[in-house]
Design a protein around this ligand. Structure first.
Ligand code: ADP
Length: 765
């Protein structure tokens, strides 16, 4: 603890140093161990009152997506309403600079406290950024009754409490993250187990169902073989039975196959406009022989002027077929089955009615589960129990519903209700309507398209948004497309884009012609068959998609491209979300774009920015004379543990020779303690200056700064590596050790140079 004995950190001089120290130590202990956010907030409030005699203490947590803050006052059970901090007032400037702000007395030269916290009438106050492991989680504000000259010890106490609070917030964030990961892993495991279980169940059901037809086929085939050669007429019925049993086997296998394809999402959706009449005619035609054999007459009623609907023709045919085939199967002999199509402008209905045994009411839901078969008089009906599960799957893929109800006079009615056209959900349409009204946001989308084309080196990029009236996708911004293509629309669930939209999941296509999900001829305007499509998710709703085609190199897009695009889209969407939620937001979408452009500007910059801080620290330490062992230690102090260093460590041989260089970086304790010191002596906690700060600490503070500059936060724009180097040059001699700063420039310049040279070579080849 650097506060020297005898020095009195307390403002009024009454509390002696030891009791302040004891209170601080107690508070730090609680902050370090409490898993509860409310307890953290209360502890820090009590500590700042008892040690520094503050009047009030407020914690503000940042919302990652919008950059708004939520106040959390001591004694409250949770955070309050989110709001956007006022530009240039105390909160916002602390968020932007990420530097502590101590104001001894309100003055025109310093940021004022926001109105809600007392505004200009307030006395002294301080705002501490709450950051740990490179992430800013919030700001802590303490206000005082009158003016107050903050002593070095006061500042140190505020720093200590803020650090401990930030660590507590970070811990609670990591805990949440870990819990989410654990849950996701559990779900994945459960799904894998379910998949295995499904496979086993499927095999046993199929094998069981195959036994009867196979026995039957075998028996009749043997009879035929043994029959005298001249009795031709008597063979016909046997052959007919063999033929039917073969059909039954075929249907069984098709059902099993279709079901697993639908379940695993391998079956894609081909959106077309179709006439319900065609579905019904087709099903009736297919089932005619079976109907005849069972003496069941099937009749259809479709209004003549019914018009068209949207859906996947093959899937809807199969849905219809499964219902009609069940109706025939369960009808008495002779019997009648009726198929009725009806509807209005919004939706349409398909009803299949029979005079069979009906479905017991308590099983009306369950018959749509896979493998489920009704039990009647203690016996299970033969079959795989997959037909209705497939029917339900197809119905839901179309955004519809399927139910079974008893038919008056006996039998069942299966009713499928479907929308006439496939359209985005109402909530997505409402959000899209707001977005179409916002010119600034639309301009942001334009820029995003240009940026995507640049970052992914793609010739064609288009961005489509939900049309609030029609519920399909309409072009909002495009690059590299001709006039006619700009008018193109894509249906909800239609094409690659419509599916990415409906499933709210990105799609990477290697070859559109061979990809089993799509298998469609490549459109002539695209010279490559690979594309990426990422949905735009704003406030949890999928409201559009961005499509990227034609990589300049003509190579296929890969996972790295997808990750880059997803990252860009996510940032654009958070900016849109922020603009829609806080229309008065001072940061315009244009500014967001500038920040985005800066941070994604060039691929090599992006790669540099993402370089683990540990690796940069290692490189700098080596350049400044540290041996490998020391440099590795510093790398760990800089970036926590990164995979590379763990690998290097596990491979390292214990008997490696030392290179004879003397340690230069300083002790671990001194390095960590000196991380926030400044070359000019204005840092914390000890106010050391120049060479008095251990070299390791000087390196770490440069690494931290570089990381901050190239990463950005909702309140601070990230800059490309080249700008970051300029900014660091500016701070050389004040915040940074000039020698360390020069080493940073050398290190990164070398790397940028190497990368550019590498790219030049590739392009020349
Ligand atoms: P499968 O593919 O074996 O025919 P389904 O999933 O189509 O199985 O049907 C599940 C169960 O629902 C059937 O085993 C039967 O008990 C019942 N069921 C289906 N359709 C009808 C119907 N039209 N009338 C009476 N019961 C039916």
């Amino acid at each position: 603890m650097p506060a020297r004995r005898g020095q009195r950190p307390s403002p009024n001089g009454k509390a002696n140093g030891d009791s302040v120290l004891a209170r601080l130590a107690e508070a730090l202990f609680v902050l370090r161990t409490s898993p509860d956010l409310g307890a953290l907030v209360d502890t820090v409030a009590a500590a700042v009152r008892s040690t520094l005699h503050a009047k009030e203490s407020h914690v503000f947590l940042i919302e990652e997506r919008t950059g708004a803050v939520r106040p959390w006052d001591a004694g409250r059970a949770g955070p309050g309403e989110a709001f956007l901090p006022m530009p240039n007032a105390a909160l916002e400037s602390t968020l932007r600079s990420e530097e502590p702000l101590f104001v001894a007395a309100p003055s025109a030269d310093l940021p004022a406290l926001e109105h809600s916290l007392g505004g200009k009438r307030a006395g002294a106050f301080f705002c501490m950024p709450l950051r740990a492991r490179g992430t800013l989680d919030g700001v802590w504000v303490a206000t005082f009754g009158g003016s107050k000259a903050f002593t070095a010890a006061d500042r140190l106490a505020a720093h200590l409490l803020a650090d401990a609070l930030a660590l507590g917030l970070e811990r609670s964030r990591s805990d949440r993250f870990l819990a989410e990961r654990a849950l996701a892993a559990q779900r994945l495991e459960a799904r894998a187990e379910e998949g295995e279980g499904l496979l086993g169940q499927m095999l046993s059901v199929v094998a069981h169902e195959m036994r009867t037809p196979l026995t039957c086929i075998k028996a009749y085939a043997e009879t035929l073989i043994d029959a005298p050669a001249d009795e031709w007429e008597s063979r016909a019925p046997f052959l007919e039975i063999i033929n039917e049993e073969c059909d039954r086997l075929g249907r069984l296998l098709m059902n099993a196959l279709d079901y697993s394809r639908l379940e695993s999402g391998q079956k894609s959706f081909h959106l077309t406009t179709l006439k319900p009449e065609d579905l019904v005619t087709d099903a009736l035609l297919t089932m005619a022989p079976e109907g005849k054999r069972r003496k069941v007459e099937v009749s259809a009623h479709v209004p003549e002027t019914f018009g068209t609907v949207e859906g996947d023709l093959d899937l809807l045919k199969q849905l219809c077929l499964n219902l009609v085939s069940n109706a025939i199967k369960f009808s008495p002999e002779p019997g009648q089955v009726e198929v009725v199509v009806s509807g209005d402008e919004e939706g349409w209905r398909l009803e299949v009615m029979d005079r069979g045994p009906g479905i017991p009411e308590d099983q009306a839901e369950r018959i749509f589960e896979r493998f489920y078969r009704v039990e009647q008089e203690g016996r299970r009906v033969p079959g795989s129990g997959l037909g209705l599960a497939i029917a339900r799957n197809i119905t839901e893929l179309h955004g519809g519903r399927i139910v079974v109800t008893p038919r008056a006079g006996g039998g069942s009615v299966f009713t499928v209700t479907l929308p006439r056209v496939q359209r985005a959900p109402d909530e997505a349409c409402q959000l899209a309507a707001e977005l179409w009204e916002r010119r600034d946001c639309l301009r942001l989308l334009d820029d995003a398209v240009a940026l995507a084309s640049e970052a992914l080196e793609a010739q064609i990029v288009s961005l489509m948004l939900v049309d609030p009236q029609r519920g399909d996708l309409k072009m909002a911004a495009a690059l590299g497309l001709d006039e006619s293509a700009l008018k193109r629309r894509v249906g909800f669930r239609g094409g690659v884009g419509g599916q990415a939209l409906a499933q709210a999941a990105p799609v990477l296509v290697n070859d559109i012609e061979t990809d089993p999900r799509f298998r469609r001829p490549n459109h002539p305007q695209y010279s490559t068959k690979s594309l990426i499509c990422v949905p735009l998710i704003v406030a949890g709703r999928s409201i559009g998609v961005i499509n990227v085609n034609n990589k300049r190199s003509r190579e296929a897009f890969g996972e790295a491209d997808l990750a880059l695009l997803a990252n860009l889209v996510d940032r654009v969407c958070s900016a849109v979300e922020r603009s829609l939620a806080f229309p008065e937001s001072p940061e315009s979408p244009a500014e967001t774009m500038a920040a985005l452009r800066a941070s994604i500007h060039l691929r090599e910059d992006l790669a540099l920015g993402q370089r683990p801080a540990g690796a940069v620290a290692y490189g700098l330490a080596r350049r400044l004379g540290a041996n490998a062992e020391e440099a590795r230690l510093l790398s760990r102090l800089a970036g926590g543990v990164d995979l590379e260093s763990v690998e290097a460590e596990t491979e390292a041989k214990p008997s490696r020779k030392r290179d004879g260089r003397a340690p230069v970086l300083g002790s671990v304790r001194d390095i960590l303690l000196g991380r926030s010191e400044r070359w000019d002596g204005k840092g914390v906690p000890r106010g050391l200056a120049g060479e008095a700060i251990p070299l390791g600490a000087r390196i770490l503070s440069a690494v931290d700064l570089l990381h901050d500059l190239t990463h950005g936060s909702p309140h601070r724009q990230a800059v490309p590596a080249a700008f970051a180097l300029e900014e660091m040059e500016r701070l050389s001699g004040s915040r940074l050790d000039p020698r360390v700063q020069a080493a940073v420039t050398d290190l990164l310049a070398d790397e940028v140079g190497e990368r550019r040279a590498g790219r030049g070579r590739r392009e020349a080849a």
